[in-house]
Design a protein around this ligand. Structure first.
Ligand SMILES: Cc1ncc(C[n+]2csc(CCOP(=O)(O)OP(=O)(O)O)c2C)c(N)n1
Ligand code: SF4
Ligand SMILES: [Mg+2]
Length: 351
């Protein structure tokens, strides 16, 4: 329960990271979600990723919309900035915050209802603009908070808990993100922390729009036979194309697999993504090939997971707009308002 504070005491021998912080320093309030909800596992993976990256919690801004998924930022990174916005409006609030202060690390958390229906336009535009963020959709194929209606990511032919068949085509958010111009796109499963934690770490290190579609079963309304977002279905149909390691700074790169099955991708900030390739022909640096593979596997009922696409030298929105480095809240009056003369010049140029 969010009003029950977690005890501050912890075992004195808990491991610490480079900042001297423990895992506990990255936690939030006690979760109020149903016990066993996939979303709680994703919160655990975010905590683990931020701890391992030694992120200063006060440098992170977490934003969300409305839904069980959008409630989760309360359950991790309790010492970070947080804003629980309106249903489907997280992307525009995040874009505004990012434009005002590029120094923070932006984490957008949303649901399949929040992103693929009411917030669909917002999602598309913040991805195509290349806002520097990690955008995570906790995808359960239903509106969990409002008691289990099909969402737009529910597969055609999948059955609701009451046995009603979904007649509409599903929206594949990961494929759409690739198409819309996201420069880091991954898909994973809340039940596979070994794959999910490094994907989140790589997304946070990425400069540009990073999008993660995480299948996250709703145990209350969408975990029955006939559902294609249940724990059993995802385990049986998971086609993992790769597993990732993320190396920060000057960590030595060790190749523990045959080099043919390992792919190294160096990102903008010097971090290296080390991909243990499972599908030997899958190359995540090729946008069109990624789309073809996603559609081909989807047609045979498989769920492709792993790092699906990355452009390691991407530009973000600030690079495109050539905005000043300094956050707006650190500027003096004279910088924020150049005066009437400057306005007169702009107006004259438009006459
Ligand atoms: C403007 C507006 N319309 C509708 C709702 C009702 N509503 C609340 S949450 C939700 C859907 C949430 O689904 P999803 O984003 O998939 O999150 P989940 O609960 O499944 O994690 C809806 C339709 C609302 N809160 N605000
Ligand atoms: S209703 Fe579904 S999505 Fe919401 S907390 Fe319960 S299991 Fe999770
Ligand atoms: Mg949902």
């Amino acid at each position: 329960m969010t009003y029950i504070a977690k005890p501050r005491l912890h075992h004195p021998k808990l491991p610490t990271n480079a900042l001297g912080l423990t895992h506990r320093d990255y936690e939030g309030s006690v979760s109020t979600l149903c016990a066993g909800c996939g979303h709680d596992s994703i919160s655990g993976a975010i905590i683990q990723a931020c701890f391992e990256l030694s992120l200063p919690p006060h440098r992170v801004a977490k934003l969300s919309g409305i839904g069980c998924s959008s409630k989760t930022p309360t359950y991790f990174l309790g010492a970070s900035h947080g804003f629980n916005s309106v249903h489907g409006r997280m992307p525009s609030v995040l874009t505004g915050a990012n434009l005002a202060n590029r120094d923070l690390i932006y984490l957008g958390v949303s649901g399949d209802g929040d992103t693929a229906s009411i917030g669909f336009g917002q999602f598309a535009h913040c991805i195509r603009r290349g806002v520097n963020m990690t955008y995570i959709v906790e995808n359960n194929g239903v509106y969990g908070l409002t008691k289990g209606q099909f969402s737009a990511t529910a597969d055609k032919g999948s059955a609701s808990k009451r046995g009603v068949e979904n007649q509409d085509s599903a929206i594949d958010l990961a494929a759409l993100a690739v198409m819309l111009g996201a420069t880091y796109v991954g898909r994973s499963f809340s039940g596979d922390k070994a794959q999910l934690v490094p994907l989140i770490k790589g997304a946070i290190q990425h400069h540009g729009a990073a999008f993660l579609d995480v299948i996250s079963p709703c145990i209350a309304f969408n975990n029955h036979p006939g559902s294609t977002k249940s724990f059993d279905y995802v385990r049986e149909h998971n086609d993992a194309v790769n597993y990732l390691d993320v190396m920060i700074g000057r960590e030595p790169i060790t190749l523990d697999q045959a080099s043919g099955s390992v792919q190294l991708v160096e990102q903008h900030d010097g971090s290296v993504l080390k991909l243990r390739k499972l599908g030997p022909d899958y190359d995540p640096t090729k946008r069109q090939a990624a789309l073809d593979y996603l559609q081909e596997r989807q047609a045979s009922g498989e769920i492709v997971t792993g790092l699906l696409y990355v452009d390691a030298n991407a530009e973000d929105l600030h690079d495109k707009l050539n905005t000043p480095e300094k956050p707006l809240n650190a500027m003096e009056d004279a910088e924020l308002c150049p005066g009437g003369g400057a306005l007169e010049k702009v107006n004259a140029a438009l006459r």
